[in-house]
Design a protein around this ligand. Structure first.
Ligand code: ADP
Length: 498
């Protein structure tokens, strides 16, 4: 059963049930009101009769009493079976009957009754009769006589039934109209709710077929609108990942192909020289050094891929201990100094005196720093400046460059910054450069090739140190990459508690 039919059935059943309950309750209320009104009317007409008879009895005008009773019974025929009057001092009652010949039967019912009462009796013909009696008084409160009227119960019931039938007919009509309207409304409401689901399903089917050039683009401000926007964002992300994957595959192939072809070329050359017996030691040394470099490049690349896989699987274990950050920085400096000199770039360090020890895995933090300084050198033109700074965090890290504010960071973190005067990064790409395989496109025309893995690995390493990495950059002026690592607290086993 389709969701449209399910929805229609559920909503329709609920609405119909509510309509039936409401109409049933309103029927009960109307029935009670009607019953009450009916009894009141009966009482009123009877009291009216009594009032006229009382006036006549006071002046002892029996003709008037007879005429009143007669006109009463004529007016309400066939509802009234008999109407009678008996005076307090005369035995013979005045009686008017609906059916000729019944005078004697009902004459027997006429006796003086001082209090008002309603009594049910059965006539000789088997008809149920409701007897209303009332005592009549003079001005002094002396009893003058009493009036008695017999109503046909079956007539009253039938009358009541016919009125009830009319009410039920009206209620049924209203109910059917309401149910038909609610069915229509339910159908359109369901269509309104289901339509976006259909559109989304169609779009999702397109995506499973591999078509990523699709946009739902629903302009609604409700949850469905949010879902549609999330869906569009998701497709955008998948598209981006797809593009990243393609560029990664081409980068990986390039990264593997260049050192492999260098190795293969120089090995061939060496073998040729050995075979011809004319080996030149200088040239052989140069070839071997290029082969060694290429092997190192391949190893680093493969290690990067392995690191990333480990981090993704949560299997990267840190060997943390108390360490001085300046040792790590100086080691990285000595590693890059020859290259900076060769490329005519000014590389220097600025370490705040008496920095506290940090709680880090030295090799992993070195890896982060190597990546940042390596990038700074890679993206800075000759004569540019690169500075590595280390300082104790003096304020909460709510400053620009970090993604999440680190509260209470003061005195608990050491911050390391790598500042360069290189090409810089466009502001709209700052968020993405820590994504795996992401590389900024088109900032500099002859940008050195990489794999876009370094920063994502660096960010993960800093993250598992309970630290945070960030960047600030201005295109054409340079970039500042920075990260924080926790200060060593012996009592807390070095684990910083936020
Ligand atoms: P790779 O350098 O191998 O491409 P990274 O993850 O280290 O990968 O860097 C991702 C991208 O960030 C680089 O391709 C580059 O576009 C940009 N980037 C990183 N560091 C800098 C920097 N110091 N100056 C300018 N751009 C940088």
């Amino acid at each position: 059963m389709s969701i449209k039919i399910k929805f229609t059935l559920i909503i329709f059943s609920l609405v119909s049930f509510s309509i039936v309950v409401i109409l049933f309750v309103s029927f009960l209320i109307q029935k009670n009101l009607l019953q009450k009104q009916f009894n009141e009317n009966l009482q009123k007409t009877f009291k009216g009769l009594c009032y006229t008879c009382e006036g006549a009895a006071r002046v002892k005008d029996e003709t008037l009493i007879y005429n009143t009773l007669k006109s009463f019974i004529d007016t309400y025929n066939p509802q009234i079976i008999f109407a009678g009057y008996i005076s307090a001092d005369k035995d013979e009652p005045i009686i008017v009957v609906r059916d000729v010949g019944k005078e004697y039967e009902f004459k027997g019912r006429m006796f003086l009754q001082k209090e008002s009462s309603v009594e049910k009796i059965v006539s000789s013909g088997g008809e149920e009769v409701l007897e209303y009696s009332e005592g009549l008084k003079s001005d002094d409160g002396e009893y003058l006589g009493s009036v008695k009227v017999g109503y046909s119960k079956s007539y009253l019931d039938n009358h009541m039934k016919s009125v009830m039938f009319l009410i039920i007919k009206n209620i049924l009509f209203v109910g059917i109209v309401m149910i038909v309207i609610s069915l229509g409304l339910t159908f359109f409401l369901t269509l309104y709710l289901i339509k976006p689901v259909r559109i989304l399903t169609k779009a999702a089917k397109e995506v499973t077929k591999g078509n990523l050039n699709i946009k739902v683009g629903m302009r609604r401000k409700d949850e469905i609108g949010i879902l549609s926007k999330t869906f569009d964002d998701m497709i955008q992300k998948v598209k981006q990942l797809d593009e990243l994957k393609d560029s990664f595959v081409s980068s990986v192939s390039h990264e593997l192909r260049s050192p492999l072809s260098a190795i293969s070329g120089y090995v061939d050359l060496l073998m040729e020289n050995i075979n011809s017996g004319s080996i030149n030691l200088e040239k052989a040394k140069k070839a071997l050094s290029i082969i060694k470099d290429s092997v190192e490049r391949l190893t680093t690349f493969i290690n990067n891929i392995l690191d990333l896989t480990k981090i993704k699987a949560g299997k990267l274990e840190l060997r943390r201990s108390e360490n001085k950050i300046e040792n790590v920085i100086l080691e990285v400096l000595s590693l890059f100094e020859p290259l900076a000199l060769q490329q005519q770039k000014d590389l220097k360090v600025e370490i705040e005196p008496s920095l506290p020890s940090v709680y880090i895995d030295v090799e992993r933090i070195k890896q982060v720093l190597i990546n940042l300084v390596g990038n700074a050198l890679k993206f800075t033109e000759p004569n540019g400046k690169i500075k590595i700074v280390a300082r104790l965090v003096k304020e909460n890290l709510l400053s620009k460059g970090y993604k999440i504010p680190v509260s209470n960071a003061r005195d608990n973190f050491v911050e390391i910054l790598v500042v360069d005067t290189g090409c810089g990064i466009p502001s709209d790409e700052l968020d993405k450069i820590f994504d795996k395989f992401y590389q900024v496109g088109g900032t500099t025309p002859k940008k050195p090739k990489g794999t876009g893995l370094g920063l994502s690995i660096a960010a993960e390493i800093v993250k598992i140190h309970n630290g945070q990495i960030g960047v600030e950059s201005v295109v054409g002026q340079g970039s500042t990459f920075k990260f924080v690592v926790p200060v060593y607290h012996p009592n807390k086993f070095g684990v910083f508690v936020r």
